[in-house]
Design a protein around this ligand. Structure first.
Ligand SMILES: Cc1cc2nc3c(=O)[nH]c(=O)nc-3n(C[C@H](O)[C@H](O)[C@H](O)COP(=O)(O)OP(=O)(O)OC[C@H]3O[C@@H](n4cnc5c(N)ncnc54)[C@H](O)[C@@H]3O)c2cc1C
Length: 807
């Protein structure tokens, strides 16, 4: 056997399908000095006992796209390695047995159109002719995907590893990693019984042992192995008689997935009561082992399976597999550089490795080699979780996610588990006033307000929900009087020190404000893609604060840490938890604010985009004059211990002014008719500043990260642009990801939208070819399989000059 090298650029820990795919992609893209260490044989975690079913459907369009990439990659690794991946390209269908699931499939179909994925509805008769063992009477719709099928899990893992070796990488089996110790130069000493490797970067791809591998470096990952059952039947006569393989299938409402396995069938289910496995930690001696089946847990689902595929009940069960595999809190992988750590990357919580490992390997390799992945990987980025994602919270959420794998989650639905992980001082008061709460980055915030706590519930739906009229009321208060919304969930990033302006000038593409002023700015990646849209406040030349997306705070923190690390004249900290607050919006906001302060906040004294530190309602505060609603607006931030006092001051100063509390839904509706996009939906790394229309904030006179790419793009012109559309609907609105059509062709997809209550119109934003990004252009938007007329509006329909927020 080869001797371990003493040094490597990258050491990957774990030889499951994920680690092997990363090894393959790094070597293929040119990094040869890459080593994978596996404690036993390859596939010794969850990879060897997977059902091997492959499909493209995912909640996130980019993950779907990457699943398509993974499936299409199998031919390449098989040919290169000479190792069979055992692929059966049978195609497969998703079956709906009720209207909600049919709606869900319509949405998936719409999403797939623009991603170039070839899904089509087929009739139930056609589904039954392709799979004669299903009882069609249970179903009302079937969505066909020709990419679906199955692979041999072990074959795939070995094919990746051998193909990686052919590209020049190395892997070592029976080499458990015992320690990972960081050196002063930020490289890692990876310790094994056979010697150590000094690695510039390490990647935790420990799968079932991701938590334990993390502990070696002091990292606590919120992932959890879950027990999972599938069974394999005895041979089925109808299958023996066939000369073609049966397609794969998922029956969501029945909560079963199935495919042909030799001359029998394989049937799996996600139990309604999940069993988290080895919560305290995965045993180090767990090997190629299975767990004792818990038939009681799946009996109910088996009955459903036998009713819907009656042939299953006519033959015996040959084998029941109960194997553990790891889930993350939202069911998606956690990949990328870990915020707060140097040169430590993860690719963990990959619960559908045979659908996703190819895409994970691709993105990890691009990110490592090029500095950024080629598509937005936010849905997989480890930075979407932070300190709040404790191991206990991870177990609770991962279990919930397991149970909901085939359970419908509607766009307006908030999940019940792991709630109140982080709350502000206002939580009980807001709930007492009828708030329907949501959670973002672990923090509770009000979505909208019902009339009372008893009335505060949502009806999950793809259509307009009962929240519609309540949100309308909140919007009306903001447009005509004044509204107050809690804003603890906006991120705040503080930069101090003599080098603060200098470093921010480099990181941010926009012009920095003078002391006492605010500016909006995009933040770009080296390739010119959007990394953030931020509000910068300058208090003095050595003190700046950036306000941005709360959900993205850890991602931004990672970026800021990276760029401040080498500078000793600037200090950066994520100050989000230090500043809670309340925003006031509406024509009477100034009157309300003036009642709470001694200083003059008149239009001349406190101008649009001014920022000041002072006192509001008797407590120390920073006050920004900004607006996300299009009305006169102020954001007031205070330390958390002052929040109740501020809230009480706002309530008493608001008496007689028509003050109403509002929530995130109203905020999202208000910005629609102002043509303002939001981070994570309309603005994200899939797009550039010029495509998003944020290039107007770029300061071309200075140098900044991404300037060359942005300049090149400006010279050649963009091919697509973000547009805002009014849609002629019949009582339904977009949520996001719906296909946009022009002359019958899918030309883009919706990034966000909803009902703009004040103008009384349904609106959507999306990226379309520049030729269509013109005022008045006629498009169509597909909502639940029906196409609606849409018209592009260049200027905001509400207050196009922006005078109301400036007055
Ligand atoms: C019953 C079942 C059915 C499934 N069905 C499907 C399916 O149909 N389709 C699908 O896509 N997915 C399926 N999966 C999920 C799939 O198996 C996982 O997504 C995949 O195996 C995850 O791969 P991984 O590489 O992340 O982890 P693992 O396979 O767990 O690999 C981790 C590796 O790290 C090694 N390791 C750990 N610690 C160390 C250390 N200290 N030093 C060195 N090496 C270490 C381990 O030995 C192991 O080989 C199924 C899983 C189960 C259990």
């Amino acid at each position: 056997m080869d001797k371990l090298p003493s040094h490597a650029k990258v050491v990957i820990i774990g030889g499951g399908v994920v680690g092997c795919s990363i090894l393959f992609h790094l070597a293929k893209f040119g990094w040869k000095d890459v080593v994978l260490l596996e404690r036993s044989e390859l596939t010794s975690g969850s990879s060897w006992h997977a059902a091997g079913q492959i499909h493209t459907i995912s909640s996130d369009p980019n993950i779907s796209r990457l699943q398509g990439y993974t499936i299409n990659l199998y031919k390449e690794i098989e040919e290169l390695s000479g190792h069979s991946v055992g692929m059966h390209s049978t195609g497969g269908f998703y079956l709906a047995s009720n209207k909600d699931w049919y709606d869900y499939l319509k949405r998936e179909r719409s999403k797939a159109r623009y991603m170039g994925l070839d899904q089509e509805f087929i009739s139930i008769k056609e589904a039954a002719s392709r799979h004669p063992l299903i009882d069609p009477s249970h179903y009302i719709a079937a969505l066909w995907d020709p990419l679906d099928g199955d692979v041999d899990p072990s074959g795939v893992t070995y094919a990746y590893a051998k193909a990686a070796r052919i590209h020049g990488a190395r892997y070592f089996t029976h080499t458990p990693v015992l320690e990972t110790n960081q050196k002063p130069d930020n490289s890692w000493d990876v310790v094994t019984a056979d010697g150590g490797i000094n690695a510039e970067i390490i990647i935790n791809a420990g799968g079932l042992w991701a938590r334990e591998v993390g502990h070696l470096a002091g990292l606590h990952l919120p992932v959890q192995p879950m027990e999972h059952h599938y069974l394999i039947t005895e041979d089925i006569p109808e299958i023996i008689e066939r000369d073609t393989r049966l397609p794969a299938g998922i029956d969501y409402e029945g909560n079963i997935y199935f495919r042909q396995e030799r001359d029998g069938m394989l049937l799996g289910t996600y139990e309604s009561r999940a069993t988290a496995w080895s919560v305290a930690g995965t045993p180090s001696d767990f090997g190629h082992e299975l767990l004792a089946p818990k038939l009681d847990n799946i009996a109910e689902r088996l009955e459903i399976g036998f009713a819907r595929i009656p042939a299953l009940g006519r033959v015996g069960i040959k084998n029941i597999i109960n194997g553990p595999f790891t889930f993350g809190p939202d069911g998606n992988p956690m990949i990328g550089p870990v915020p707060g750590m140097r040169n430590y990357w993860v690719a963990v919580g990959v619960m559908a490795g045979f659908c996703q490992a190819g895409g994970v390997g691709l993105c990890m390799a691009e990110w490592l080699i090029d500095g950024e992945p080629s598509i937005d990987v936010w849905a997989m980025d480890v930075a979407r979780f932070g300190d709040f994602a404790s191991p206990d919270w991870g177990t609770v959420k991962s279990s919930e996610n397991y149970e909901r794998r085939f359970v419908m989650t509607f766009p307006n639905e908030t999940l019940p588990k792991g709630r109140r992980q982080q709350t502000t001082a206002l939580y009980d008061r807001l709930v007492g006033k009828g708030a329907v709460m949501g959670q973002s980055y672990g923090l509770e915030h009000a979505l909208w307000f019902a009339d009372s706590p008893e009335d505060a519930y949502e009806n999950p739906t793809f259509r307009r929900s009962r929240a519609h009229d309540f949100v309308a009321r909140e919007v009306a208060a903001v447009r005509s009087a004044v509204g107050a919304v809690e804003i603890a969930n906006f991120a705040k990033h503080e930069f101090t020190g003599a080098g603060a302006r200098d470093v921010l000038d480099h990181i941010l593409a926009g012009r920095l404000p003078e002391p006492g002023r605010l500016a909006l700015t995009p933040m770009l990646s080296p390739n010119g893609r959007l990394l953030g849209d931020l509000t910068v406040a300058c208090f003095d030349e050595t003190h700046f604060c950036l306000f941005g997306s709360g959900a993205a705070q850890n991602m931004h923190r990672r970026w800021f840490d990276h760029h401040c690390a080498q500078r000793d004249n600037v200090q950066y900290r994520n100050a989000t938890e230090r500043w809670h607050g309340i925003a006031l919006s509406g024509p009477r906001a100034r009157t309300l604010l003036q009642r709470m302060v001694r200083d003059d906040v008149g239009a001349a004294a406190f101008r649009f985009r001014d920022v000041r530190q002072g006192f509001v309602g008797g407590v120390p505060a920073m006050i920004l004059r900004v607006s996300f609603s299009g009305e006169l607006g102020y954001e007031i931030y205070v330390a958390p211990q002052y929040l109740i006092r501020l809230f009480e001051a706002v309530e008493s100063a608001g008496v007689g002014l028509g003050l109403r509390l509002y929530g995130a839904r109203a905020l999202m509706a208000l910005r629609l008719e102002k043509n303002w996009g939001v981070w994570g939906l309309d603005y994200r790394p899939d797009f550039t500043a010029a495509e998003a229309g944020l290039d107007k904030f770029i300061d071309w006179q200075k140098t900044f990260i991404g300037k060359t790419a942005a300049q090149q793009e400006a010279d050649r012109g963009v091919t697509r642009k973000l547009v805002s559309m009014v849609i002629d609907v019949d009582g339904i609105d977009v949520s996001n990801d719906e296909a946009i059509f022009a002359d019958g062709d899918a030309v883009g997809y919706v990034t966000s939208g909803g009902y703009a209550h004040h103008i009384g119109k349904s609106m959507a934003f999306g990226y379309v070819p520049v030729s269509l990004a013109k005022d008045g252009a006629r498009l169509e938007v597909e909502i639940l399989a029906k196409r609606y007329q849409a018209r592009v509006f260049d200027l905001p329909i509400y207050d196009p000059s922006g005078q109301r927020m400036r007055d």
